[in-house]
Structures are given as structure tokens and as C-alpha cells.
Write a protein that binds this ligand. Structure first.
Ligand code: AMP
Ligand code: GLY
Length: 426
């Protein structure tokens, strides 16, 4: 069969690599893709928001199945456009992708259905928000309502910071239209865990857990980024936590969406905080995490197309989702200066070291082809992933492999997986 993947980052490379392993797949297209994806798929120069052009391409090339990797097209309703033209597509419709697309929606949903999350208030008016903050307990969290590349969240320790935050989000519109509405949320402390799942509208199947490192610098310092590295599984995701989340978070979320007339088909990413009062939802995403997909998908034993098709056909209950009993670590190689400003266009050397390996993977995030050479083309450039028998071995291998690749202004964190030791000393 022929498949089309929409997106062009490390997550889409990981999805493409999984799809390439499927015996059922003969041909992979990716729009727009990147230089690494181009080694296993045919990249098509159509932007992820050009829904009509993408659907026309899928028809013209007899694509059997389209997978939407990114959040923006999902929130914009790409799935509805494909379905209206009779095209088979994996991802939530617009009315379900709002689970990620609006923080106010997701918070109201959790409140209505008693799904554990931080206490919150929603504001459309900066004046009302400022008034509320005068009596609120610090630290406090401000969130732009809409999609903001994972950056629309401000954690404020003082009232002054919070006031400045309201100005940034609602008045200066630092995160664009996403900030017309704002959620103000109680600050939670605890361990963060990312849990990805497949959903068919009724049934939910949970993937192996992961942990991201969102801050730019070692020691979890610096600015929030899209993610600087991940590991899977999380040692903090115990059977007890899993049992609680299945009962109080995962299935209730799927049931709530169905009850609201917004049946959810696709991937739900649960961003969880393991607080002293138990696990709570930090956020939902309507797609695989990036770089969570880079450590979770290489460990999945199932044929990804079988699982995704079962979601679309509403028969996920018949799938036994299985993961290897090992671990994986991904270290992101970024351009120095990310997430603020950075140069692009530097030649990347050493990529061939990963060819054909089943243990080491180099997922391309921001790369391009220029004069027959692969060059840097983004803030996050590559995701170096290694599998190992356990987390420590996987981390050692991943960091070794980061040395195989050379490019100017290469930047990475050196402490991805720091929680591994912390878990041991609990
Ligand atoms: P989000 O995009 O909602 O996941 O927020 C980005 C990051 O901000 C999260 O991964 C957390 O590290 C942090 N964060 C978000 N909400 C809260 C909260 N209520 N309490 C503490 N930290 C938070
Ligand atoms: N790694 C976090 C995200 O994909 O949103």
C-alpha cells in the first residue's frame, strides 16, 4: 500500500521509519518531509497546512492511508477535509483535536468529567486576569489558550512576573492569536511523565511511557523548548501509577470526548504530573510527542499501520499492543542559540554511521539537502536515539553516537536521563 505522512520533523521521521518496517507498505510519501525522511520516503514539497493540495496529491497518487504527524493541521481540520473526499486518514477530526488546540476546552472537559488536573480559571479579558492574580497564590502558571509551539506557558514566581506575563500573552500577543484567551493554573510539583496512546473513538491502548527534557540547558535551566531529549520507559511510571491513570484519566478522557459528541480517533498524548496527591493531567496533545515518538516507536513490536488502521476502523480492541522489554534514549542535537535565534545551513558529517543499524537511529528534525550535502535547517537538527538493555546502557550508547555526527554550532544537553539515577535513590 501507499502511505502519506504529513509533517517534517523528528517525530515524522520516527513514524516513517516505523511505517517502512511494515510489510504492507510499498511506498511512503512525506509532505514536506526533510533530508533524513527523504532517505526512506519520497518528499513532496507541499506544506502541512495546504489541505486541498495534500488531498489532491493523495488522490492523484492513489495513497491508501494518510498519517497526520503535526498539531497545526489537525487543529485546522485536515482530517475533516480528507474524510470529506473519501480518503482514509489517521488523526482526530477538528472537533476532537481541540483537546490540544484549546487549553480552556481541555480544562473545562477535565473539570466536567472529574479528571484530575490543576485548579484553574479562564480569562478573555486581561483586566479580569490581573484582578484575579492580586489574590492568587504564587507561583502560578499562565497558559495561552491556543497552539504556541509548546512555548505558550509561563511559570511565574511573583505577582510582578505574573502581571508581566498577562501583558505578554494577552496584550503584546507574544504567542499570537493563541493568547486572546488565557488559562491561569495552580502550580503543581512532582515528576513529569509523557504517556502516548492509540484511540479508536471508544478503546484506548497505552504505549510505553517516556520522559521529555523541555528546558534548553543542563540542570533543567534555560528556556522551554520543543524538547531536548527523551527516554523510555520512565522509572517513575509504576504499575500503581498506571492503574490509577487507566481508571481515572485515560478511559475517562476517551469516554468524555465521545459523550461530548467529539469521538477521538488518533493518538492522545497525556502530559502527566505525578504529584503528592496522585497523577494529574498537565496537558493533552492530539499527536505523538516530539521527541517522545523517537524513543517509543522504535520499541514498539506491532506493525504501526495495523494499529493505526484499527483506530480508524474502530477495532482497536482486537489489537494487542506490545513493546520490547528494553529502553531507549534520544539526545537532541540542536543549533546553538535554539530556541531563540540560530544560524542554519551548516554541512552535517558522519550520518552514514547509522545506516542499517537496528540499535542506533538518527532521526532528522531540521535538515535539508543543499548541493548534494545534508545541512542544518532548524533549531532542533537531529535526534540521536539508541536502544539498550536498560536505561543506563541506552543512554551510554546514545551519547556515544552523538559524537559520530559533526556540524558547526552543534549544541546538546549532557544530562538527558538525569532522572534515571534519581529513581534509583528513591
Ligand atoms: P504544557 O505545554 O501545558 O505541557 O506546559 C509546558 C511545561 O510547563 C510542562 O511540561 C510543565 O513543565 C510546565 N507546566 C505546565 N503546567 C504546569 C503546572 N500547572 N504546574 C507546574 N508546571 C507546569
Ligand atoms: N515533547 C513535547 C511535545 O511534543 O509536545
Amino acid at each position: 500500500m501507499k502511505i502519506l505522512i504529513v509533517g517534517g520533523g523528528g517525530r515524522e521521521h520516527a513514524i516513517a521509519a516505523s511505517a517502512a518496517k511494515s510489510k504492507r507498505v510499498d511506498k511512503i510519501y512525506c509532505a514536506p518531509g526533510n533530508a533524513g525522511i527523504g532517505q526512506i520516503a519520497e518528499c513532496v514539497p507541499i506544506g502541512a497546512m495546504e489541505f486541498d493540495a495534500l488531498a489532491a496529491f493523495a488522490k492523484e497518487h492513489a495513497v491508501d492511508f494518510t498519517i497526520i504527524g503535526m498539531d497545526d493541521p489537525l487543529a485546522g481540520g485536515i482530517v475533516d477535509v480528507f474524510e470529506a473526499q473519501g480518503l482514509k486518514v489517521f488523526g482526530p477530526r477538528k472537533n476532537a483535536a481541540v483537546l490540544e488546540g484549546s487549553k480552556a476546552f481541555s480544562k473545562d472537559l477535565m473539570k466536567k468529567y472529574n479528571i484530575p488536573t490543576a485548579a484553574y480559571e479562564t480569562f478573555d479579558d486581561p483586566k479580569a486576569a490581573l484582578e484575579y492574580l492580586e489574590t492568587a497564590r504564587m507561583p502560578i502558571v499562565l497558559k495561552a489558550d491556543g497552539l504556541a509551539l509548546g512555548k505558550g506557558v509561563l511559570i511565574c514566581s511573583t505577582l510582578e512576573e505574573a502581571k508581566a506575563g498577562v501583558k505578554e500573552i494577552m496584550e503584546d500577543k507574544k504567542f499570537g492569536a493563541a493568547g486572546s484567551r488565557m488559562v491561569v493554573e495552580e502550580f503543581m510539583t512532582g515528576r513529569e511523565v509523557s504517556v502516548l496512546s492509540f484511540v479508536d473513538g471508544k478503546t484506548i491502548k497505552i504505549m510505553s511511557s517516556a520522559q521529555d527534557h523541555k528546558r534548553a540547558e543542563d540542570g533543567d535551566k534555560g528556556l522551554n523548548t520543543g524538547g531536548m531529549g527523551t527516554f523510555s520507559p520512565s522509572p517513575f511510571y509504576t504499575p500503581e501509577v498506571d492503574e490509577f491513570c487507566r481508571k481515572h484519566i485515560y478511559q475517562p478522557t476517551v469516554d468524555a470526548m465521545a459523550a461530548e459528541g467529539r469521538p477521538y480517533v488518533g493518538v492522545i498524548f497525556f502530559g502527566l504530573m505525578l504529584t503528592e496527591d496522585g497523577p494529574k493531567v498537565l496537558e493533552y496533545n492530539a499527536r505523538f510527542g516530539d521527541p517522545e515518538a523517537q524513543v517509543v516507536l522504535p520499541r514498539m513490536k506491532n506493525d504501526i499501520i495495523d494499529v493505526m488502521e484499527a483506530c480508524v476502523d474502530g477495532r482497536l480492541d482486537q489489537i494487542d499492543l506490545l513493546f520490547e522489554n528494553n529502553a531507549a534514549v534520544c539526545v537532541v542535537l540542536a543549533s546553538d542559540g535554539y530556541p531563540v535565534s540560530y544560524e542554519k545551513g551548516f554541512a552535517i558529517d558522519g550520518l552514514e554511521a547509522f545506516d542499517g543499524s537496528e540499535e542506533y537511529f538518527c532521526f532528522h528534525a531540521g535538515t535539508a539537502q543543499k548541493d548534494g550535502q545534508i545541512v542544518t535547517n532548524g533549531g532542533r537538527v537531529l535526534g540521536i536515539t539508541a536502544k539498550g538493555e536498560d536505561l543506563k546502557q541506552a543512554r551510554k550508547k546514545a551519547y556515544e553516537a552523538t559524537e559520530w555526527v559533526k556540524f558547526e554550532n552543534k549544541y546538546m544537553r549532557h544530562d538527558i536521563g538525569r532522572a534515571i539515577e534519581e529513581a534509583e535513590s528513591r
